[in-house]
Ligand binder design. Structure first.
Ligand code: SF4
Length: 333
């Protein structure tokens, strides 16, 4: 899939974002229909393979050692535990399994070797395997690719200007470097951000501008609503108005027409009607399963009921195209 691109400017994206709301939803839907199957939603399942004890200080995150949030640290899960979780996720309709580890960066040690085994094992189950493990070198990205990794998640979170206010232990450029390393290894990139952290509309728009200006537009773009967690610097942030989420989803869809736009964290705070508007605006992916790393998420059954009401169906792994075809079709431009 060669993603056709328009070189959006910040001003143009801002204009889209500020379109009257229902007009914007309609435009998002039109772009969505012209580029994707509007009744298909990609369902991912996210498991925390290594929880808590992270040395970074991301202001929204309950897993940082800097904040007292009551999250219990767990060391890396075993390969068998992960493969068992993959079976459950698959039987519940998930086509992608994302494995998250609260690491600052990947180190070349036995833990990484174990993650590579997990990747091989999940890939053998014909699920799209995704990891989010922190920063990666080019060599590490290549090892993950060789093990069969389909996608790598590495969010840019917010605009470059706002990033310093949220995280001090690494730089925006570190993020972009890892994304480049992932792209060099021909792994599908999943990168998005979080809104509701106290950022301005310009910050949101600039984040979308950065994503749409990458060498390759990310295949998947998660849009998260902050889930304020007690003990983090953001514990007192007011809940994001649903209208901001709808605006952000529609704008993301319009700016990156073929990307999978994921309605990610924060769904437990949204009504079914609010989520319906997000799907209308162009969202076509969710995380399913009762937990997103450490914060709550709707149960699988609730989501399947939502799909039934809305008339949506879960998308097959590899977009129904089969693994090999995907690799040749999607990764060699
Ligand atoms: S978001 Fe990731 S890198 Fe940041 S503190 Fe949490 S686990 Fe660590």
């Amino acid at each position: 899939m060669s993603v056709e691109r328009k070189n959006w400017t910040v001003e143009q994206i801002l204009e889209v974002y500020n379109t009257p709301l229902l007009e914007l939803v309609n435009r998002g839907q039109e772009v969505h229909r012209a580029n994707n199957n509007p009744s298909e939603v990609q369902v991912s399942s996210l498991i925390s393979i290594k929880t808590g004890g992270c040395a970074e200080d991301c202001g929204y995150c309950p897993q940082s050692v800097k904040y007292n949030t009551g999250v219990e640290a767990h060391k890396l899960m075993t390969v068998d535990e992960v493969l068992g979780a993959a079976d459950i996720a698959k039987s519940n309709g998930a086509s992608r399994l994302c494995m998250g580890a609260a690491w600052r960066e990947v180190r070349d040690n036995s833990d990484f070797e174990r993650v590579l085994e997990m990747v091989k094992g999940v890939n053998a189950k014909d699920m799209e395997v995704c990891c989010t493990l922190g920063m990666l070198t080019e060599e590490q990205a290549q090892k993950l690719a060789d093990a069969g990794l389909y996608a790598y998640n590495h969010n840019i979170d917010t605009s470059e200007d706002n990033y310093k206010k949220i995280i001090t232990t690494r730089k925006y450029d570190d993020r972009l470097d890892t994304i480049k390393n992932v792209q060099k290894a021909k792994i599908s990139v999943c990168s998005g951000g979080i809104i509701g952290m106290g950022e301005s509309v310009e910050d949101r728009v600039k984040m979308l501008h950065t994503l749409s200006s990458l060498d390759e537009i990310p295949d998947s773009v998660p849009i998260n609503a902050l889930v304020p967690v007690a003990g983090t610097p953001m514990e007192n942030q007011p809940l994001l108005p649903i209208w901001d989420m709808v605006r952000m989803i529609a704008t993301t869809r319009i700016v990156m027409p073929k990307a999978v736009v994921r309605l990610s964290a924060g769904r437990t705070q949204m009504s079914l009607e609010g989520q319906a508007l997000c799907f209308l605006a162009g969202a076509n992916s969710i995380f399913a399963g009762d937990k997103l790393l450490t914060t709550p998420n709707p149960e699988f059954n609730e989501d399947m009921e939502m799909f039934r009401i809305f008339g949506l169906t879960p998308r097959k792994a590899f977009n129904g195209k089969g693994k090999l075809e995907h690799v040749s079709a999607d990764h060699h431009h």
